[in-house]
Design a protein around this ligand. Structure first.
Ligand SMILES: *[C@@H]1O[C@H](CO)[C@@H](O)[C@H](O)[C@H]1NC(C)=O
Ligand SMILES: *[C@@H]1O[C@H](CO)[C@@H](O)[C@H](O)[C@H]1NC(C)=O
Ligand SMILES: *[C@@H]1O[C@H](CO)[C@@H](O)[C@H](O)[C@H]1NC(C)=O
Length: 265
């Protein structure tokens, strides 16, 4: 989609101010905007949420329960939630269930700001207090809003929203994109992780084709590679795909599936 730069800028500025007062602290002062822009964007988000059946969510940093300062505000540490995060901090099967968690944690952080914005624990020692005490936990490069996509209609709604507001889109599946393309500061993210359909047909016909059939497995955008391996086994077929259970099977920016590791969102 092509969006006029001034339109895009205005929308991004508005996005920064409405995210909420705490997030606004992460938006530089020069990005102030008129209240009308902010109000119309807020109303656009609200109507988007209605269109997608309430599946529009506001992101929080994955590690936030461990911190007493979040986006510059004093908050209560959630000791139980923090302990669970610390215990499984480097476990992909745990991280994959959280929108704010990425497999390469640097993509949770924004490195283009004067000081890196983010909210990371010490990966080699998640209980290390030096990474936590007195540190301001920020959303960083994690998209402030996301839709837990339920069907193609949610994607259509997001595209129309982006077209009319200028808010950029990003797409996340399992968070394995090692080039960081599945996060993005100030973007609206399409989280495809719940699209888990799996089916097999020995006589599959691609849409629009006649006369030729294929032995094929069809997967939703959010299916785990592990689940495809097991499904293929159950129907006596073999699949060649990614090395890790939590890698999303479908898609990839070059449509080569995650067997090309950097191409998996
Ligand atoms: C979207 O609507 C649902 C259901 O009403 C609500 O729980 C959720 O907080 C809303 N999302 C946002 C970003 O306000
Ligand atoms: C994008 O917006 C323009 C008007 O700004 C409208 O004409 C066009 O139909 C929109 N496209 C989509 C896909 O919503
Ligand atoms: C599985 O597929 C192989 C290769 O087509 C075939 O030889 C074998 O009989 C199949 N096994 C079952 C249980 O269908």
């Amino acid at each position: 989609m092509v969006v006029a730069p001034t339109h895009l800028l205005a929308a991004l500025l508005a996005l920064g101010t409405l995210v909420d007062s705490s997030l606004a602290s992460a938006v530089p002062d020069e990005l102030a905007t008129s209240s009308s822009d902010s109000a119309s964007l807020e109303s656009a988000f609200s109507s988007l949420n209605a269109t997608v059946g309430g599946r529009l969510k506001r992101a929080v940093p994955f590690e936030a329960p461990c911190f007493s300062i979040v986006e510059g505000q004093s908050v209560h540490v959630d000791t139980a939630a923090c302990s669970a995060i610390q215990a499984s901090y480097t476990d992909p099967t745990f991280r994959v269930t959280h929108f704010g968690a990425y497999m390469l944690p640097q993509w949770e952080t924004c490195q283009s700001s004067p000081t890196t914005e983010g909210c990371l624990l010490d990966s080699s020692n998640p209980t290390n207090p030096l990474a936590i005490n007195g540190v301001n936990c920020q959303l960083g490069n994690v998209p402030p809003y996301y839709i837990e996509v339920g069907s193609y209609k949610d994607v259509q709604a997001a595209l129309a929203f982006s077209n009319s507001t200028g808010v950029r889109l990003s797409v996340k599946n399992k968070g394995h994109d090692y080039k960081g393309r599945s996060s993005g500061k100030d973007t609206l993210n399409l989280w495809t992780t719940n699209l888990r359909s799996l089916s097999h047909s020995a006589t599959f016909t691609p849409e629009g084709c006649v006369g030729k059939t294929y032995d094929a497995i069809t997967t939703g955008a959010g299916v785990f590679t592990q689940d495809v391996y097991q499904y293929a086994d159950s129907v006596n077929r073999t699949i060649i795909a990614g090395y890790h259970q939590t890698i999303g099977f479908s898609g990839g920016y070059f449509l080569v599936r995650p067997s090309s590791l950097p191409a998996s969102p």
